[in-house]
Design a protein around this ligand. Structure first.
Ligand SMILES: [Zn+2]
Length: 388
């Protein structure tokens, strides 16, 4: 391609003299299509594609001018080409890294400013070490805005089939987790701009069964994240550090999820498999070291929730229930909320034997009702009887 024909450093120097420097400014670099790379020359920064276009015209004055668009798909190649001609390449991610609260109209605008690619997934900008996690209310996972005060979940990359920890995005996120590196968390509310909302620490990950884009049930990775004040781990609160303690995670295979309309017998079998995977309620709970409990707490809670739903057989587990919601979830399952029998703060464990699936009515009655104390006693006895 014509880029290779640009071989004259003098032509590039002349083109630089003829070109306008990029104003990195004080606000976000969103005005032009930098795509992450800038040509550094005499203390100023230039758009590589535009300089390439002008330089081509300088080196070959007889030929028609090559529009910058010719180089559009090869920002990294253009950068490398200039380096081969002994020019210095800088990146926007280094010169003017994204700042919390920076907002862009869409993902393409971020790509134009910082380069990389256009996906709303997990990426690093060119030659940057920081991982960016993009989350969009409009999908593919219809994410909620991240919590600023408690851990929240972020789903791994891969829209079809079992998710793999070796795909670049998941690998980068897991490396950030293992090495306690902060991740930039970007979020776009439906119809709104893409915003760098907060730095996050990746606390943990777990495997869950979930439907993919084709509604086929597959294994997915879910990463547990927590908003942190900044990229430096020294600024992170002690509870975040406590949750970062355990670096090695061994994935244990989960029971296959239940098909909609599975029999009560199948549900019981799945529930027993979950109990085996989850292990003893006393492990990692109660008296054990709080840091380890924190990490296992999350991975266990994901499994325990699924286990309790299998046990519940699509019915509220309160035998005195006054009525389930008239509707179901979109997949046909009953609308149930999994709750701890006792507040975790008061010693309730994250084990199915300490948890219950309730309809929204019973859940509310258990939390706020005049007779909540007696209802709790009743439910506790009922769940205990199931596990005798
Ligand atoms: Zn109920």
């Amino acid at each position: 391609m014509s880029l290779k024909k640009l071989t004259s450093s003098d032509a590039v120097t002349e083109a630089l003299r003829q070109s306008d420097a990029v104003d990195l400014g004080t606000s976000a670099p969103g005005d032009g299509s930098y795509r992450g790379y800038l040509l550094e020359f005499e203390g100023k920064y230039y758009h590589p594609e535009r300089v390439a276009s002008v330089a081509y015209g300088v080196q070959y004055p007889d030929r028609s001018i090559l529009p910058p668009a010719e180089f559009n798909k090869t920002a990294a190649n253009v950068a490398l080409h200039f380096e081969r001609l002994n020019f210095t390449i800088a990146t926007t991610a280094k010169l003017r890294p994204p700042r919390v609260e920076d907002a862009y109209p869409n993902r393409t605008a971020i790509y134009n400013a910082y380069g990389g690619n256009k996906i709303a997934g997990i990426i690093k900008f060119p030659r940057d070490t920081v991982v960016n996690a993009f989350s969009d209310e409009e999908g593919p996972y219809a994410d909620e805005p991240p919590s600023m005060v408690e851990p929240f979940e972020y789903r791994g990359e891969g829209q079809y089939g079992d998710q793999d920890l070796d795909v670049p995005g998941n690998k980068m996120l897991d490396e950030a987790r293992k090495n306690s590196r902060a991740v930039r968390y970007w979020y776009r509310p439906s119809g709104g701009p893409f915003k760098f909302v907060t730095w996050v620490a990746v606390l943990n990950r777990a495997q869950v069964w979930s439907p993919d884009e084709n509604k086929e049930i597959r294994l997915e990775y879910t990463f547990q994240m927590m908003a942190v004040p900044g990229p430096e781990p020294s600024t992170w609160p002690p509870d975040v550090h406590a949750l970062l303690d355990d670096r090695e995670i061994k994935d244990t295979s989960l029971p296959k999820p239940l098909a909609p309309g599975a029999s009560k017998k199948d549900r019981q079998k799945t529930y027993q498999e979950y109990l085996r995977v989850i292990g003893d309620p006393k492990d990692d709970e109660g008296e054990s070291e709080p840091t380890r409990r924190g990490r296992n707490h999350y991975r266990r809670s994901v499994k325990s929730r699924l286990a309790v739903l299998a046990r519940a057989n699509n019915e509220c587990e309160n035998d005195r229930c006054t009525g389930m919601p008239g509707d179901t979830k979109p997949n046909g399952d009953a609308i149930l909320e999994v709750d701890h029998l006792d507040d975790r703060a008061l010693g309730g464990s994250d084990h199915p034997t300490d948890m219950i699936a309730l309809c929204p009515n019973c859940h509310t009655a258990k939390t706020y009702g005049l007779n909540r104390a007696s209802l709790k006693r009743h439910l506790r006895a009922r769940i205990a009887a199931m596990h005798r």
